[in-house]
Ligand binder design. Sequence first.
Ligand code: URP
Ligand code: ZN
Ligand code: ZN
Length: 466
Amino acid sequence: MSTRTLIRGGLVVTAADEIHADVLIEDGRIAALAAHGTDAAAGWTADRTLDATGKYVIPGGVDAHTHMELPFGGTAASDTFETGTRAAAWGGTTTLVDFAVQTAGRSLREGLDTWYAKADGNCAVDYGFHMILSDVNEGTLKEMDLLVEEGITSFKLFMAYPGVFYSDDGQILRAMQRASGNGGLIMMHAENGIAIDVLVEQALARGETDPRYHGEVRKALLEAEATHRAIQLSRVAGSPLYVVHVSAEEAVAELAAARDKGLPVFGETCPQYLFLSTDNLAEPDFEGAKYVCSTPLRPKEHQAALWQGLRTNDLQVVSTDHCPFCFKGQKELGRGDFSKIPNGLPGVENRMDLLHQAVVDGHISRRRWIEIACATPARMFGMYPRKGTIAPGADADVVIYDPHAEQVLSAATHHMNVDYSAYEGRRITGQVETVLSRGVPVIERREFTGRAGHGAFVHRSTCQYL
Ligand code: URP
Ligand code: ZN
Ligand code: ZN
């Protein structure tokens, strides 16, 4: 049976346009838009009408960097696909791209199947996967081709974490060469992990064990150096490059210089680098552990370069790198040794709101908000225009957003399965009111109406910027 939903009277904001329009949804897809008040829109009938007067009607967020249930540092990220995708829905995000992990010595297939099984039947919103390569060899290089055909079209490599996820320059070059042939996009964790491990050892030997030393040893210059090296390797291989979680001003400069040369190099940053800083890492009584992630938070002065990069399009995407660990029992594993604090911050629920606050604060425009949080990640990872916009034929992943609502972010009210908020007490103007995922209400006037298992796997095409 055909179902029709009508969203009336809102300001439809996409990366391209802002228009007072009514939106007609039929069978889970956007059927039509028409200017509000016109005869065309007035003539529409529907099974359900949602009043969006005074609100924004925006595409559901696309968070291209999450780690539900990621095993890390002897523990695992505390959000499951069920809790994490539910929290995403609360925050107006309707598509995630999470990272399946290859265990070193095992096949990509085995790692990917493990992640399919974790997600299948549990997700409240749609999801895809990138693949983390922990071991680049003849077998895994061949498997990359198969994964691209299967809709896993992006591969993360690490220049950090020697002995865990680390790949050396030769392995990186080989993976990039393979990607240049099969259309895959290489995503790079760009930090010089070999040098960082020396600095970690030296810091600990000096008795520098507090969380703030995590930020001190993971130097901005070592992020910039790795970013530069990754760019040069991608040039040699003739492959595109997407650098994840960029935090240092010097790394932004490397990306900007590469893009000025016309190279297919892209950069992502995350809300934590835009809104938090080394001041948080230095919080007393081990509270700084809540903010341990890699790349690390930087001194506040770096934030201006990140905002500028987002405005000038030297950075194209804001993802969360959502990788939550509870303070009690998980972050605490690193008491007395900052290198044992599991790396990662929660944020999947907060991204759309924090970026709306950035609109209110004048850092970015309303359309740029939608571009960096919805449209560009969808295009970057082969999902556009099905995801990331409101246009006829697109999936009806739609958020009714109240730009005037006031809220205070807090662990007491959030829905992520983690015992603290990285943004505790922060006031935000704007709040998600209603969320549709493929036309189905998953949040309705701030009630969760979705279900685990509604979310479907998204078979992605290759990067749409190439
Ligand atoms: O600290 C972080 N970012 N944890 C998640 C793993 C990664 O490197 O993205
Ligand atoms: Zn990373
Ligand atoms: Zn990550």
